[in-house]
Design a protein around this ligand. Structure first.
Ligand code: ATP
Length: 514
């Protein structure tokens, strides 16, 4: 499905609404509806359990959004958490200069891909992609140009060379996507942190920030957590929480929001052992994604061209969103940058005594950081599809279905009396629902013909529908329909709970990570 269809489906079926819609919305801020919040909670549960429950040496915290303002001085965010900003003088639209250049580079890649696809069709089975990419002049030119541009951009970003970034935009003749105008301002730095004011202190002194990442809440609590949980290095601290960034580019739905949720885990290791753990967490995190059923070809690693000030290695797990491969999760080797900076600015010793080495040191950190909302978008865009299936009379019909992994589906099972105006059926169905609802997220639905109710459940990803029919009244059995195979099986009511629990089990999903 294309991106527009994903966005409208998310709204129509109660997954995601734009914030403050009755006031014409607030850009890049979104609310989760009844199905959305269930799916989001399940994603968080899957992540949390895979970190905290599955690893004896990972513990959780829930730090406050507000932190002492010195935190952001030490972390580098006050001075360096900037994006290069450019305004179009005619349209008055504001852009990230690096994103304009990246989009230009994406177009070159798309052109190359188009040539490759054409050739693949022409040559059929004998097509050798690698050979074609390295020998075809046109493809070589497109990809070469793309690489040169991205290299220059990476250098500019590293050096903070805003003038060259502007020159690059002009040389590439990039126009404002809204108006087509090439009348640009200079590029300047824009700090992404939202600030607010403490009630009892006036002026700069009382300036507070909404945290732009959850990680710092973990760093400043390092000793509190280590001492109270008696963890020994290597160990991790996990957290799920809101983060806020005053993003310039407010497009692409929940991919880039101004208020979003992060799921982060900081893993504290001995200095010198960080690369081993970096590889370990790269592997683990990819397995976590694949266990959900995300196809391997939709996930890839992308090394950072441009390392952040705190990192000695960094990679993104990119997902093939409907608008192309983009960052879904970051895995960063953050060295001892954060703990050392906090140690220096606070004047408090933040060190760990390693009994095996018989010495104190500031631990190194490997972090995994994933946006819950981006994960949500990856899941819905990967699972939403249109299919041709036989309807009740055996004729072909189209259905919209979300093939979400059953363990994280918003609703696990719908209980459906075959018809609504037969009290003996609705009473029986209600009784089944009441019996299941304490353990399984179920929905009772009696409105409309059974075929329409199936379609409604398909559209929100409900893996199982249980139908209560007239035979149920005599044989105490129900029909259970599988969302993906459409197979219907007759099973006794007393076996229903255990079958549903087994088929929608979060623990089985966790075990499958390997
Ligand atoms: P990008 O380059 O896309 O701005 P980033 O490299 O700044 O992302 P990180 O600081 O590494 O992102 O944040 C970790 C994760 O948080 C990202 O992988 C992403 O999933 C999520 N994230 C970051 N910014 C946003 C945002 N504005 N909206 C939604 N999720 C976000």
């Amino acid at each position: 499905m294309d991106f527009k269809q994903v966005v409208s489906h998310a709204k129509e079926y109660g997954f995601i609404f734009q914030s403050s819609e009755i006031y014409d919305t607030l850009a890049a801020v979104y609310d989760y509806g009844p199905n959305g919040v269930e799916l989001k909670n399940n994603i968080k549960e899957y992540w949390w359990k895979s970190m905290v429950q599955r690893h004896e040496n990972i513990v959780g915290i829930d730090a406050a959004i507000f932190m002492h303002p010195k935190t952001w001085k030490a972390s580098g965010h006050v001075d360096a958490f900037n994006d290069p900003l450019i305004d179009n003088k005619d349209s008055k639209k504001r852009y990230r200069a690096d994103v304009l250049v990246e989009e230009y580079a994406d177009k070159l890649e798309a052109k190359a891909e188009k040539e490759i696809a054409k050739a693949a069709k022409r040559f059929g089975d004998s097509f050798d992609r690698d050979q074609y990419v390295t020998t075809n002049d046109r493809v070589k030119r497109y990809l070469g140009e793309r690489d040169t541009i991205l290299k220059r951009l990476a250098d500019d970003m590293k050096k903070g060379d805003l003038e060259d970034m502007k020159a690059l935009i002009e040389e590439l003749n990039i126009a404002c996507p809204e108006s087509g105008s090439r009348n640009w301002t200079d590029v300047r730095q824009f700090n992404l942190m939202f600030s607010t004011q403490l009630g009892n202190i006036a002026g700069e002194e009382g300036k507070l920030y909404l945290r732009p990442e959850t990680a710092q809440g973990i760093f400043v609590n390092f000793l509190n957590v280590q001492k109270t949980s008696r963890q020994k290095i290597p160990f991790g601290i996990a957290q799920i929480g809101k983060a806020f960034r005053n993003e310039i580019v407010a497009r692409q739905f929940i991919f880039r929001m101004r208020e979003f949720e992060q799921m982060e885990m900081q893993y504290f290791v001995r200095p010198g052992e960080e690369m081993e753990w970096y590889e370990y967490w790269k592997d683990m995190r990819l397995k976590w994604h694949k266990a959900l059923g995300t196809p391997a070809e939709k996930l890839r690693f992308h090394d950072h061209d441009n390392l952040a000030h705190y990192a000695n290695a960094a990679v993104d797990i990119q997902f093939d969103f409907p608008f192309g491969f983009r960052e879904l999760e970051g895995i960063h080797s953050r060295t001892d940058f954060d703990l050392s900076s906090h140690q220096e600015l606070s004047g408090r010793k933040i060190q760990y005594y390693d009994p095996a080495l018989e010495k104190n040191y500031v631990p190194f950190v490997v972090e995994t950081s994933i946006g819950c909302d981006r994960m949500f978008l990856a899941i819905i865009s990967n699972s939403l599809m249109e299919e041709t299936v036989p309807d009740a009379s055996g004729k072909d019909s189209t259905r919209t279905v979300m093939k979400i992994n059953p363990a994280i589906a918003p609703i696990k099972c719908a209980i459906l009396p075959l018809v609504k105006n037969k009290p003996e059926l609705t009473e029986k169905a209600t009784k089944i629902f009441d019996d299941l609802k304490f353990e399984i997220q179920c929905q009772y639905d009696e409105k409309d013909a059974i075929g329409r109710r199936y379609r409604r459940q398909d559209a929100i990803g409900t893996p199982f529908c249980v139908t209560v029919d007239f035979d149920t009244l005599t044989d105490d059995s129900v029909t259970i329909r599988d969302r993906d195979t459409l197979e219907q099986e007759r099973i006794p009511i007393n076996g229903l709970k255990s079958i549903l629990q087994e088929k929608t089990s979060m623990s089985a999903l966790l075990q499958s990570i390997g």
